[in-house]
Ligand binder design. Structure first.
Ligand SMILES: [Zn+2]
Length: 102
């Protein structure tokens, strides 16, 4: 197993996990159950992490993530029909699986 991504943002970690799964990479999340309140930053070691189970997927996973992050500033966030606010680089709602309709 190998860690490919970590972020203080559980939503981003969830997005990355969904992205890898969509590309048939065997992966899992760690540290997603942070219970800190608003304004309470988790310490670095407790950040959500995405791990690939098979290290041979690592390079591909890393590239997918880099592509997503490189485009992160270029697209505006959008709101799904389920009211979830989705970051612009993602075309599919991580919460309900609906695709962006515009
Ligand atoms: Zn949705």
């Amino acid at each position: 197993m190998k860690k490919v991504y970590s972020s203080d943002n559980t939503i981003m970690a969830g997005h990355v996990h969904s992205l890898l799964e969509a590309n048939e990479i065997d992966c899992h999340l760690r540290n997603m159950n942070i219970s800190g309140g608003i304004g309470e930053l988790p310490i670095n070691e407790c950040w959500p992490e995405v791990w690939v189970n098979d290290e041979s997927d690592y390079a591909f996973a890393k590239q997918l993530i880099e592509n997503v992050l490189a485009n992160a500033d270029k697209q505006e966030d959008w709101q799904c029909q389920c009211n979830e606010l989705i970051e612009g680089q993602f075309d599919v709602c991580w919460s309900c699986g609906n695709e962006r309709d515009h």
